[in-house]
Design a protein around this ligand. Structure first.
Ligand SMILES: [Zn+2]
Length: 127
């Protein structure tokens, strides 16, 4: 089953709010994400060994994708790939179905470079 629209939206919101920069690692599998709506507060996101995300915000407790969990996902993908998440992945991503009340699994596309400009410059130098 393809990545759901609400998961894509959550990844897009996470990227718009700083992506990995919004995430603080507490310990293995446990992260804090600063609240966007309530400055000074944060939400706690846990990731289990199966890669399922749970967040203690209202949406997360209801089993819906939230940007806090998506931001943690972005941070983990960027750390693992040494790349930068630029957008949610397309329909080809092996994402689990998003069922109400079930833990959420995200997917994202990564780019190896933050910008295409330096690459274009390097290519023209090499030509
Ligand atoms: Zn949340």
């Amino acid at each position: 089953m393809a990545l759901s629209g609400s998961e894509r939206n959550a990844v897009q919101r996470a990227l718009a709010r700083g992506g990995a920069a919004a995430v603080a690692r507490v310990r293995y599998g446990l992260y804090r994400v600063a609240s966007n709506s309530r400055p000074g507060t944060h939400h706690t996101v846990s990731v289990d060994d199966a890669g399922r995300y749970r967040c203690d915000c209202e949406a997360g407790l209801a089993g819906r994708p939230c940007w806090h969990a998506a931001a943690v996902f972005v941070a983990k993908v960027e750390h693992a790939s040494k790349g930068r998440v630029t957008r949610p992945a397309g329909a080809a991503a092996p994402a689990a179905p998003a069922v109400s009340g079930m833990p959420v699994v995200f997917a994202a596309a990564t780019a190896p470079r933050p910008s295409r400009q330096p690459l274009a410059a390097a290519e023209s130098l090499a030509a």
